[in-house]
Structure formats: structure tokens, C-alpha cells
Design a protein around this ligand. Structure first.
Ligand code: ATP
Ligand code: MG
Length: 564
């Protein structure tokens, strides 16, 4: 009984069915339409469908819901497969709704013969206008009572290409006054003279979602067809087709779609961002697409953990973007080696450190994982620190470097700033310090304490890199909510990308290279740049010109830009 309470409602349904012997194993499916790249919302659906099957020893099919030739493409088919594999899942079978076109056509003939479908000559506008409203019944089509023979003939001729787009449709004959609008003679087929990415020009009639989806589920013997909440009003129709055809009974279950604040998740809008060059592509690291998250440096584990953590809801809600980032931070904290990198460098000279001396100091790779060991970092007389780790006069509670204020250089020494050099505009060009040789390794033998510890890089050993600092793509928590005359594009964050060209990295990072995962999919080398956040190599990175993406900051810093 204890355990039961931890089950989500889908798990309860599945366990009940297994216990009662309704099915001996489960088969789920993930049914993307190949009309765009997958996004984090799809990841939720993938984790759910594949996750449930895995948990109960079942299987999951990948089915491309390719019933609209106009918007679909093989480019998307390929990217979808890559994204699912990257997330760590493998499908039992890969299917295409288009493989079922012949079967669906035959079943449509069965319904015509049963007097349950008819060819309608009304235009789409007329059909819409005659559908009625939730409070008023619809109006029967003048073509509703065609004979079975005439319907069979016309439907055959629709298939043969004798009619133009929009000239005729096939509709189910149910009830134009039904309280559920979905039952008011829903359209089953429309005419579309368009080339399909798989079937070419074989077909010029295409089934609608409601007619194709349930029957495809039935053909594959899907036990649990899981979809998002907005389809709950379609469920009775899903059942109706299966019942009338007397075919294998798949069942549909609905859960609340994933919504995340500060982002948009409709493929149409994501496509617009790409087409209008608001981002560099589908895999721009600011995009909520799976390929964007991947390029950004997200790990599959962090996305799976996030999807698990948010659970399965039956009512719509909005998840805070921070939860996705926190899941990422949790994982990167465990796996990312620490390095020192200065992103906005200012020169420091330690006046009492011998001119030609250099020391290679021990630095810990990952305090979370002692097995990662240590590395050596070079220290010398001239260093770089972050420009904003220094102020000439320290305000209260400013514990970083200031004139006369002693601080620790991580793994190295205590140093105290003494004076600065400035250019003609008053910008600090160099900070002069002294160091205490007795504090080597970062502790004072006399036990005196300092409040600030700074990261640094030895100037003569430093390597240069380009660093891309990302922020949220949208400045608004609800980018889709806009005033009259505005669009979601007006909510774009103008500061979502800042590129730094001359970051200074510790020399071990010269070896940082893009890698590949076990599926051959590009994988960034990921690090924690101490105090600065998590960073990973970008696809643009080369040995001659290193490029790092900021995957995320160390803590949630949205709206309160503070380090330390
Ligand atoms: P969009 O509205 O962005 O175009 P879609 O729902 O039309 O998305 P499909 O390719 O049809 O995209 O979706 C494939 C599967 O992913 C469907 O089962 C759908 O329910 C699910 N899915 C899509 N978006 C989300 C989301 N935000 N949360 C959970 N599941 C989702
Ligand atoms: Mg869809």
C-alpha cells in the first residue's frame, strides 16, 4: 500500500491492467510529426513513453505521424531519431503513419459501406460554418445522404486524383447535433496534391489526425497511447472509429503537457525564430530544442532527471525554468572537472615575486569526486584575475581584492593589492600586489584568515579563448502573452548572447576538444570554470581557436547578477 502512493496515475492504470491480465506486457509509442525539431516538451513525452515501457518490461515504438505532406521532411525524421537516441532511448520498431495509408483507405471503405462515412462537396468554410457551436447544433450537409455506391465511387475518384484540393472531403457520418463537437461529422480525408517525403506522388488524399492516429495505434497493438490533455475531447472519437471498425482496441490516456516559463515551445514559433534569424539555427544554444540543449552542454541525464522530477500531472501547469537548470547543475557538479578561467581579465603583477620563477601548484579536479585527482597549474609573477574581482576602495562586505585587503589566490598564495596603473581614460590596466611566500598552497601558518578567494591564470601560460555567455532567450516569463499589435518576438531578451573574445584559460584547457557519445553524437567537453559557472566546448571550437559556451551559471542568477 505504501508503495502505491508513489505511483503516478499512468503507472496505476498500467499496474491494474497487468494485474487483471488485460495485457501481459505494455507497448507505448512516441508519435512525432516530422515537421520540426524536437523540444524539451517532446523530451517529457519521450521520457514518459519510453520510461513507462522500461519500468514495466514493455516496449516503445517510434512512429512518425506523417500525414501532412506539406510541412514534413526527412531532415526532421533524421534529427528526431538522433535526439531520441541521445536522450538514451531505443525504440522497438520505427513506423510511419504513411505505411498505413493503404489499410486506412480500406477501412474508410468499410465505414462507407456501413453507411458511416460520406463524401462532402462543401468547401472547408461551409463545413466550418455549418458545424454549429457548443450551444447550437450544426446543419446537415446537403451531401450527407448520398448512397453507399455513390460514396464509394466518389471516394475512389478522390484517390485517383480526379478532383482538385478542397473540392471534396470524406467525413464520418455521426451526428451534427452531438454535444461533443468532435462528433459532428469529423473530416476523415482531405485532398492534397502534394509530394510526400516518403510516398512521393502515390497519394493525393491524406487522412486527418483523428482518423489516422487511433487506427495506427491499433495496427501496432499499442496498449497505452499517451498524449497531451488537449486531446481528451478527441478520445470518444478515437474509441468510436476503433469500435465501428471492430479492430484491436488501443486506448488513449492524457497527461498535462510540459510548459516552462521564459520559453516558447510551439514548433511554429521555433521555426519562425530560425527562419527570421533571431537565433543561429535549430541548435542555437539558447533554443529549447533538444539539439539546442545538447549544443549548450546539457547532459541527457539532466534532462531525464528533470522529466522524472516534475512528474506526470493531470492538470496544466507551468514549470519554472530554474528546475531544468538545477537538474543540470546537480549533474554537472558531479561530473565536470574544475578549471580556472578568467573571462574579463585584468593584469596583476606580484612585485615581490621573483622575475623568472614559476611554480606548478596542485589543484583539485573535482572536490565532489576525489578519484578525479589533481592537476598542476602554473603560477608566476604576472597573472590575470577577473576585472570585477578588484575595487580600489572596498565597500562594506566586499571581500575580494582591494588596496590593502589581503585575499587568497586559489591553490597559491595570500596576496595584497598595493597600487594600480591606469590608462588615459582612467581604466585600470594593472594591479600591483605583494604576496606572502609563507602562504603557499593557500593557507597561512600563523592561522590568519582571509575572506575572499579568487581564481586566476598565469599570464605567460594562459591560452586565449572565445567565450559565449548566454542568458534566457526571452525576457518575459510568459513570452506567448502579448498585448494587441505585439508578438512573442517583442519579448525576446536583447541581451541573451554576449561574446567575449579574449578570455584567459589555464593551459590544461588547450586540450579541450569536442567529443562524441556512444552513438557518435557530438558531445562537448564540459568543465566548471571555478566561480564562473559550467562551460563546454562549442561545435565551432578548433584547436587554434577554442570556443566555450557557458552552459549555466553556478547558481540561479537571473535578475540578481552577483558572483561570490
Ligand atoms: P507543437 O505543438 O510544438 O507543434 P506537437 O504536439 O504538434 O507540438 P508532435 O510532433 O505532434 O508535436 O508531438 C509528438 C508527441 O510529443 C505528441 O505525443 C505530443 O503530445 C508530445 N508533446 C508535444 N509537446 C509536448 C509538451 N510540451 N509536453 C509534453 N508532450 C508534448
Ligand atoms: Mg501534433
Amino acid at each position: 500500500m505504501e508503495e502505491k502512493q508513489n505511483l503516478n496515475f499512468l503507472e496505476e492504470i498500467i499496474e491494474q491492467g497487468l494485474n487483471e491480465g488485460t495485457y501481459s506486457s505494455i507497448l507505448t509509442r512516441f508519435p512525432p510529426e516530422p515537421n520540426g525539431y524536437l523540444h524539451i516538451g517532446h523530451a517529457k513525452s519521450i521520457c514518459l513513453n519510453f520510461g513507462l515501457a522500461k519500468k514495466y518490461g514493455g516496449k516503445t515504438n517510434l512512429r512518425f505521424d506523417d500525414t501532412n505532406p506539406v510541412k514534413e521532411d526527412t531532415e526532421y525524421v533524421d534529427s528526431i531519431q538522433q535526439d531520441i537516441r541521445w536522450l538514451g532511448f531505443e525504440w522497438a520498431g520505427v513506423h510511419y503513419a504513411s505505411d498505413y495509408f493503404e489499410q486506412l483507405y480500406e477501412w474508410a471503405m468499410v465505414l462507407i459501406k456501413k453507411g458511416l462515412a460520406y463524401v462532402d462537396d462543401q468547401s472547408l468554410e461551409e463545413i466550418r460554418a455549418n458545424r454549429g457551436t457548443v450551444t447550437t447544433p450544426g446543419v446537415d450537409s446537403p451531401w450527407r445522404n448520398r448512397s453507399v455506391e455513390e460514396n464509394l465511387d466518389l471516394f475512389q475518384r478522390m484517390r485517383n486524383g480526379e478532383f482538385a484540393d478542397g473540392e471534396k472531403v470524406l467525413r464520418a457520418k455521426i451526428d451534427m447535433a452531438h454535444p461533443n463537437m468532435q462528433f459532428r461529422d469529423p473530416i476523415m480525408y482531405r485532398i492534397l496534391h502534394a509530394e510526400h517525403h516518403r510516398t512521393g506522388n502515390k497519394w493525393c488524399i491524406y487522412p486527418m489526425y483523428d482518423y489516422a492516429h487511433g487506427q495506427s495505434d491499433s495496427i501496432e497493438h499499442i496498449t497505452h497511447s499517451i498524449c497531451t490533455l488537449e486531446f481528451d475531447i478527441h478520445r470518444p472519437l478515437y474509441d468510436w472509429f476503433i469500435e465501428q471498425l471492430g479492430i484491436w482496441p488501443s486506448h488513449q490516456y492524457e497527461f498535462a503537457r510540459l510548459n516552462i516559463n521564459y520559453t516558447v515551445m510551439s514548433k511554429r514559433k521555433l521555426l519562425q525564430l530560425v527562419k527570421e534569424h533571431h537565433v543561429s539555427g535549430w541548435d542555437d544554444p539558447r533554443m529549447p530544442t533538444i539539439c539546442g540543449l545538447r549544443r549548450r552542454g546539457y547532459t541527457p541525464e539532466s534532462i531525464r532527471n528533470f522529466c522524472e522530477d516534475i512528474g506526470v500531472a493531470k492538470r496544466d501547469n507551468v514549470i519554472d525554468y530554474v528546475r531544468l537548470e538545477n537538474s543540470l547543475r546537480d549533474h554537472l557538479n558531479k561530473i565536470a572537472p574544475r578549471r580556472m578561467a578568467v573571462i574579463d581579465p585584468v593584469k596583476v603583477v606580484i612585485d615581490n615575486y621573483p622575475q623568472d620563477q614559476e611554480e606548478w601548484l596542485d589543484a583539485i579536479n573535482n572536490p565532489e569526486n576525489p578519484a578525479d585527482g589533481t592537476r598542476k597549474v602554473p603560477f608566476s609573477r604576472e597573472l590575470y584575475i577577473e576585472r570585477d574581482d578588484f575595487m580600489e576602495v572596498a565597500p562594506k562586505k566586499y571581500f575580494r581584492m582591494a588596496i590593502g585587503q589581503e585575499v587568497r589566490l586559489r591553490y597559491a598564495y595570500f596576496v595584497t593589492a598595493q597600487s594600480v596603473e591606469k590608462d588615459a581614460d582612467g581604466n585600470i590596466t594593472c594591479i600591483h600586489c605583494t604576496y606572502d611566500p609563507a602562504t603557499r598552497g593557500g593557507d597561512a601558518p600563523d592561522g590568519r584568515k582571509v575572506k575572499g578567494t579568487l581564481h586566476w591564470v598565469s599570464a605567460k601560460h594562459a591560452i586565449d579563448a572565445e567565450v559565449r555567455l548566454f542568458d534566457r532567450l526571452f525576457a518575459s516569463e510568459t513570452p506567448d502573452e502579448v498585448e494587441e499589435g505585439k508578438t512573442f518576438l517583442d519579448n525576446l531578451n536583447p541581451d541573451s548572447l554576449r561574446v567575449v573574445q579574449n578570455a584567459k584559460l589555464e593551459p590544461s584547457l588547450a586540450e579541450a576538444r569536442m567529443g562524441v557519445d556512444e552513438n557518435g553524437i557530438p558531445q562537448p567537453a564540459r568543465f566548471q570554470f571555478e566561480r564562473m559557472g559550467y562551460f563546454g566546448t562549442d561545435y565551432d571550437s578548433t584547436p587554434e581557436h577554442l570556443v566555450f559556451n557557458r552552459i549555466c551559471t553556478l547558481k540561479d542568477s537571473w535578475k540578481k547578477e552577483s558572483k561570490n
